[in-house]
Design a protein around this ligand. Sequence first.
Ligand code: AGP
Length: 581
Amino acid sequence: MCGICASIGNDNQIRNVISGLKTLEYRGYDSSGVALLKNGKISVVKSVGQIKCLQEKLADELNSKIVIGHTRWATHGKVCEENSHPHLSFDKKVAIVHNGIIENFEQLKKQLPNVKFYSQTDTEVFANLIASHSGSNIERLVKASKMVKGSFAVAVMFENDNKIYCAKRKSPLYIGFRHGQVMASSDVSAFGENFDYFYKLDDDEFAVVTKDKIDIFDKDLKLVNKAKALFEKAPFFDDFSEEKCFMKKEILEQPIVLKRTFFKYFSEKIIDETTLTKIKKFKKFHFVACGTAYHSALLGAEYLREFAKKDCEVSVASEFRYGFQNISKNCLYVFVSQSGETADTIACAEMVKQKGAQTLCVTNVPYCTLNNLADFVLPTFAGKEVAVASTKAYVAQVFTMLIFALLISGKDMEEELKKFALQFSIKALPDEVLNSALGYSKIFFVGRVADYVTSLEGALKLKEISYINCIAIAAGELKHGTLALVDDDTLVVVVSTREDLKEKIENNIQEIRARGGKILLLSQFEHHVDVEYEIRLSKFMEMLMPIESVVQLQQLALSFALEKGFDPDKPRNLAKSVTVE
Ligand code: AGP
């Protein structure tokens, strides 16, 4: 995974690179580093931990007009300074930062028998390959890239050369320009404000940049004339900027996200009739996604089945990728992803396209790899999501896919959705519920159909930020095995928003209580069973209840993490965007 950020300008670029790296921490945050050029010589500073640790290490006297930087999520080699980027070549004349995976790095190392390697990474060999070639610096980079198999976005610095060199294959790389500064980064968000335009490098393209010039080449070193892309103004959410963590801020932003989504799809009508007509023709829809996006895809499929009577299937991307698939041109493949950069999801979209089928991508980041593979794009309007645990992006996906299903079905429910979007508010989690729930170390989440999806999402949130071992299970499946785990120390969170399934859920609650399990019930209506704890939900149309209920579970997870003193924005072992397999 990892994020790279490099900058060249009129003055000291360390601050610009550090602030760029901070916006890329969602790609990994276990260690970071920078290389800078001072009087023609390369110096490297690295640190284990978040970017703030690197920042503390960067002494004031260090400054350079050329800096390349990296934030890491370990793939090859443990978390330590030796494995952190930038990596240097054996002669210390080439420094490189890399995002991606060099699949043939072991074979390549054997081709450099006299080189001593200092790290366990796949990247170090790239620096040494460049150093081992002759020619101009861009020629050396191109020659080395041709030997490498796998994915890479790299920024490279050479001794005594006041330029930054870039190369890209399969991992994203953007180059932004403003007067007196050029920056290369894994994501345009690192450029910050006031950049004039940027280029998106395509696979096997190379760039040579100075502070006021960007030259882009193909693999034969012919100059490429690329179109400049302009920055889209990001949705601006400043109401909750005082919140202590991003996850809280993002939970609180959800009412705004719903209003904005409604406005985009109904007032601005961002999907036109021609597109809808084309999409309606598909007989089948196959959703593919990972993690939270997979959960929203489960709901998206349910909405399309219910309202548009479409045949739908849903797969986890890492399974879809290696399972046997009968790709059909009558099926529209729907890829759901907040970032649009998730490696498994992208690989599935590529596979589907190669087999001649069409794709619809539901993404939250406008300039992302997945959108380049899309025949149709269904944007979500969550705004930038920073916390690793996805909250507002999930709610945006669910609401967007509900609107989409209704548009495909031709049902006019604009007024009902508008009422919901305008009325929806965040209700704080009752204190007594939180205080009691905190006493349990074994927590299950159960529900049926859409409520089961909410349970899956609630359990994922709790796991990823509070490290509690919890599972979600379809309520009807309990007695097929999991009930064996229920005892006096078990809390079962029951989500029950389908009135027609109330009695079934009541039976499940009885089964759990008979084994000593304690119940936390989330529902908008009365149940005729005793429960230990209850969260009464606001009553909305049934199709909207997954949004109302999940927000309570997001808050439950956040409160657990904060109570236990964990950083909810940067949970251990995880990264926001999983850009490697
Ligand atoms: C959610 O809280 C996650 N951290 C994770 O499951 C995420 O949803 C998943 O990695 C997919 O990411 P994407 O939406 O950017 O593709």
